[in-house]
Design a protein around this ligand. Structure first.
Ligand code: C6P
Length: 419
């Protein structure tokens, strides 16, 4: 098949020069990095922002009155403002920095859930949630006597939303839904789910870990109550997560972790809390990585998230077309690339995903094989795991071709499935 001309709005070959790691070899082959749903590579601008901070501005924030402290505080808070702008949050104070999406989701379960859910209340999740938007709620439900229910997954890998207004019951107090499935790539109709939940007075927490890095996400348009995501999946350093929360909700919530920085006044008989969002940022935060995350946001904003989405959609459509031409292969998730992010999960019925992953690694291809922290979904699909390729801004049609060639080699190595 002729390699696809991905009509990107940016020059992918030029952009690749910004990522030092992309020029390395693995097992003597050029690295083809297709594990972007796990974490993305970092451009030089982000690496330099990190080094620059430590070389020129390093200090603790919010407490020092010296110049370095003021500079560090300003840069940290500037990233908060950039995050707010990136997801069109109404004000920077609605942005809380955490370690990752997982911690952001736990924050909601602890700080909102423990005080707002009780016996018999229902938490409605989906069968395609990542464990990070599932286990905290199961644990909370056990603690407070709430009940967890699930929206099912269809054979096409979409949410079974028929009768949504009945699925969300009078007792449903919280709906938790992933915007884009990390295992299937399915883009869920979050706006409709939020509208249905709000009609019943339920709040909605959206797991944006696989959407915010890949497409324009506007929290005001979605009208969600909480949105969680991770900086490391969008060119930023590890150790930075984001929780967006509706301001009134954050203000009414109890703190998550307690200690330094999150207090207003402490006496021997008790304490009062700092303003939102600092009430939720106890102790010294991940200052340097947050500031470098700001450089990642600048990089993505310069590309334009519409363009990022268009690039990934074209690459996904091309790869899906090529994969489906291979004999025996099972590809999961929606047929149409317009309904999915840049994540493609597949299996050979007779070959373990780890074996596929090991052979692909020998070809320089980095993919993920396993349950993708979505074990209930794997059970629904009737598998223990899948092979998953996931794209980002620097991936090319030639790399998609390398994936197909690698998969063909796997088939050849194991022989025909019918034998
Ligand atoms: N998914 C993957 O390979 P953390 O680890 O906290 O940064 O992100 C957690 C998380 C939450 N929700 C979704 C939808 C995710 O995909 C992830 C992370 C990685 O799919 C690691 S399991």
């Amino acid at each position: 098949m002729k390699p696809l001309k991905v009509r990107s709005m940016f020059d992918v070959q030029a952009l690749r020069q910004d990522f030092p790691i992309l020029s390395r070899q693995v097992h003597g082959k050029p690295l083809v990095y297709l594990d972007n749903a796990a974490t993305t590579q970092k451009p030089q601008a982000v690496i330099e922002a990190l080094v620059h901070f430590y070389q020129h501005h390093n200090a603790n924030i919010h407490r020092a009155i010296h110049t370095l402290g003021e500079e560090a505080t300003a840069a940290y808070e500037e990233t908060r403002a950039k995050v707010a702008q990136f997801i069109n949050a109404p004000r920077p104070e609605t942005i809380v920095f955490t370690r990752n999406a997982t911690e952001a989701l736990n924050l909601v379960a602890y700080a909102w859930g423990r005080h707002n859910l009780g016996p018999g209340d229902e938490i409605l999740l989906t069968e395609m949630e990542h464990h990070s938007n599932l286990v905290p709620w199961q644990r909370l439900a056990q603690e407070v006597g709430a009940v967890v229910r699930y929206i099912g997954v269809t054979d096409e890998g979409t949410l079974a939303l028929d009768g949504l207004d009945e699925i969300i019951g009078e007792k449903t107090k919280l709906v938790g839904v992933t915007h884009v499935s990390n295992a299937l790539g399915t883009i869920n109709p979050v706006r409709e789910i939020v509208a249905a939940a709000h009609r019943k007075g339920a709040l909605v927490v959206v797991d944006g870990a696989q959407s915010v890095p890949h497409m324009p996400v506007d929290v005001q348009a979605l009208d969600c109550d909480f949105l969680a995501f991770s900086g490391h999946k969008m060119l930023g350093p590890t150790g930075v997560g984001v929780l967006y929360g509706r301001y009134e909700l954050l203000e009414a919530m109890e703190p998550f972790l307690t200690g330094g920085e999150m207090i207003r006044r402490v006496r021997l008989d008790g304490a009062t809390w700092n303003d939102v969002p600092w009430k939720f940022e106890a102790g010294t935060p991940n200052i340097a990585d947050v500031i470098a995350f700001g450089a990642a946001l600048d990089y993505l904003s310069a590309l334009g998230m519409e363009n990022v989405r268009a690039h990934e959609e074209a690459l996904t459509a091309y790869t899906l077309r090529r994969l489906r031409q291979l004999e025996d292969i099972i590809v999961y998730g929606p047929k149409d690339a317009s309904q999915r992010g840049g994540v493609i999960s597949f299996n050979y019925p007779d070959i373990h995903p780890h074996d596929v992953g090991t052979i692909l690694d020998r070809e320089g291809l980095a993919i993920r094989a396993g349950h993708h922290c979505a074990q209930p979904l794997m059970r629904r699909l009737g598998v223990t795991g899948t092979v998953r390729a996931s794209f980002y801004i620097y991936n090319t049609p030639e790399e998609a071709d390398a994936l197909i060639e690698g998969v063909e080699k796997v088939r050849a190595f194991f022989g025909d499935a019918s034998r």
